[in-house]
Design a protein around this ligand. Structure first.
Ligand SMILES: NC(=O)c1ccc[n+]([C@@H]2O[C@H](COP(=O)([O-])OP(=O)(O)OC[C@H]3O[C@@H](n4cnc5c(N)ncnc54)[C@H](OP(=O)(O)O)[C@@H]3O)[C@@H](O)[C@H]2O)c1
Length: 277
């Protein structure tokens, strides 16, 4: 058991994927609480805007551009934090993409990109972060996963697979990180209103604002629980659903999402016979 809570006096808080949505709101929230927050994403303009927006806050924003799929970029970001700004105290690995998958139209690239950003991207940040924290014998790390990682859902074959892997990765790492003085947590939000979810074509129950999500995450980072999840009524219901026998699980998810009644994703395409037929 490790109870380290990173406070502003311990050093820098680093957030990946902070140019929009949850990461951006969390950066502003932490800067408002006095943290020096290093923010990483590919869109420099958006990060610079975020930095100006935080001008009046008690903490500050440090812009460190980078692509999480590039391991060298992440090594540079970490080196810049540690050698130019201060010790890395808190790291929130939040960068992620949601690419819906329809089994009727499988595309290899959707899986490759999802795995590269959501999974390998986290590993690329994790390796240098743990190396630096290990030297000091303290630190706090949080993975932004999702309740979609609890069990399979329609369109989640790539996204949900990466989030399930992150849940397992965090659980597995906890055994060793605890002994190293590094506290690891999992952030599993339900639906949050961000540019990523605004394109969803289905109803999103219990949708929360990014400000609410940032407040919940900030509070959770100061508590001892391994998992930070919200809104609790929705996320606990999903967790309970995953304890059911598969036959009941698939029936209930089909019913709740109306998936069975939806037309197939390839219905609009003309059916061309296979040349061999
Ligand atoms: N919104 C929800 O309902 C919800 C629910 C559960 C979990 N989540 C998770 O929360 C996290 C944030 O999602 P969001 O909804 O806030 O999405 P968002 O508004 O689309 O933000 C995604 C962030 O990730 C960054 N990013 C994407 N690819 C990157 C790359 N290769 N390198 C560096 N940064 C990259 C984006 O920045 P650039 O494009 O500038 O690089 C952006 O800042 C994701 O991990 C998502 O899976 C979201």
């Amino acid at each position: 058991m490790n109870d380290f809570v990173a406070r502003p006096e311990h050093g820098i808080a680093w957030i990946s994927g902070a140019s929009s949505g949850i990461g951006r709101a969390l950066a502003l929230k932490l800067a408002g609480e006095g943290y020096k927050v290093a923010v990483t994403a590919r869109d420099h303009e958006k990060l610079a805007e975020l930095q100006s927006e935080a001008n009046e806050l008690s903490g500050s924003i440090i812009v460190l551009d980078g692509d999480v799929t590039n391991a060298e970029d992440m090594e540079h970001v970490l080196a810049s934090i540690e050698y130019e700004h201060g010790a890395l105290a808190l790291a929130v690995f939040n960068a992620g993409v949601y690419l819906p998958v329809h089994a009727e139209e499988l595309k290899r690239e959707d899986f490759e990109q999802s795995f590269a950003v959501n999974l390998q991207g986290v590993v690329n940040c994790l390796v240098p972060a743990v190396r630096h924290m290990k030297g000091k014998g303290q630190g706090q790390i949080a993975f932004v996963s999702s309740v979609t990682g609890y069990g399979g859902l329609p369109t989640g074959a790539a996204y949900g697979a990466t989030k399930a892997a992150l849940i397992n990765m965090a659980e597995s790492l906890k055994f060793d990180l605890d002994k190293m003085g590094i506290r690891i947590q999992l952030i599993n939000p339900g639906f949050v209103d961000t540019p990523a979810t605004r394109k969803n074509e289905f109803p999103m129950p219990s949708l929360v604002s990014v400000e609410e999500a940032a407040a919940q995450i900030c509070a959770g980072l100061k508590q001892q629980s391994f998992e930070i999840t919200f809104p609790k009524r929705f996320t606990f219901a999903l967790k309970a659903l995953n304890l059911l026998p598969y036959s009941l699980y698939f029936w209930l998810v089909n019913r709740a999402t109306g998936w069975q009644e939806r037309p197939r994703a390839d219905r609009h395409r003309p059916v061309t016979p296979h040349p061999a037929e």
